[in-house]
Design a protein around this ligand. Structure first.
Ligand SMILES: [Fe+2]
Length: 193
């Protein structure tokens, strides 16, 4: 289930707001110029769909977002458990930790979740907005917004990514340890709204 949880940045145990109402989520994020949309996911995609099939299934929405944001490049990223691969736990650890600390980018971070789940944490003044995204969610984080991302301890997701420049999406870490004070995705998801 998609939900938003807002916490003070000094105490991840205090919940200021927790809601699964997607209209409310969009409204709360819009105050910070962060885009949140729900797309129709009723179209059929095979479980092993490749990037071209994923992009074709969402062509109209993808083209609309590209035009609105001037995104020149689009790709599809996928993570799923592979218990046959002995290296998988190490690969997950590396992939997960890569963006688990607060950072900013020189361009927008725009993601549409085709399947699975992931949590974006947005550090907005003295609050943290944890947005747990699932299939059908598009989140647009403007350039310069302090944030981090948790794909979870057992990542499973497919997402469409939008880029303005080939080299624009490089993480600039802030050094703020705020992420350590805030529940991880698997802790947030224990009690659902
Ligand atoms: Fe990021």
């Amino acid at each position: 289930m998609t939900f938003l949880q807002i916490m003070p940045d000094h105490d991840g145990g205090e919940i200021l707001l927790r809601t699964a109402d997607t209209a409310r989520i969009a409204a709360e994020l819009a105050r910070w110029k962060i885009g949140f949309e729900r797309w129709d996911t009723s179209r059929h995609l095979p479980a092993d769909a490749d990037a071209d099939q994923v992009l074709a299934a969402y062509r109209d929405d993808v083209e609309r977002i590209r035009a609105e944001g001037g995104y020149r490049l689009v790709d599809v990223v996928s993570m799923r458990p592979d218990d046959t691969d002995p290296e998988w736990p190490a690969k997950v650890k590396t992939a997960r930790e890569r963006f688990l600390d607060e950072h900013v980018h020189d361009e927008d971070e725009v993601r549409f979740f085709v399947e699975g789940q992931g949590c974006f944490y947005l550090h907005l003044e003295h609050r943290v907005y944890a947005v747990v995204c699932e299939a059908g969610d598009l989140l647009s984080v403007p350039r310069g917004t302090a944030h981090w991302f948790d794909m979870g301890t057992r990542p499973r997701f497919t997402a469409i990514r939008f880029f303005q420049e080939e080299d624009g999406w490089i993480a600039d870490f802030t050094g703020d340890p705020v992420a350590r004070r805030i529940p991880y995705l698997h802790e947030l998801a224990v009690t659902r709204p």
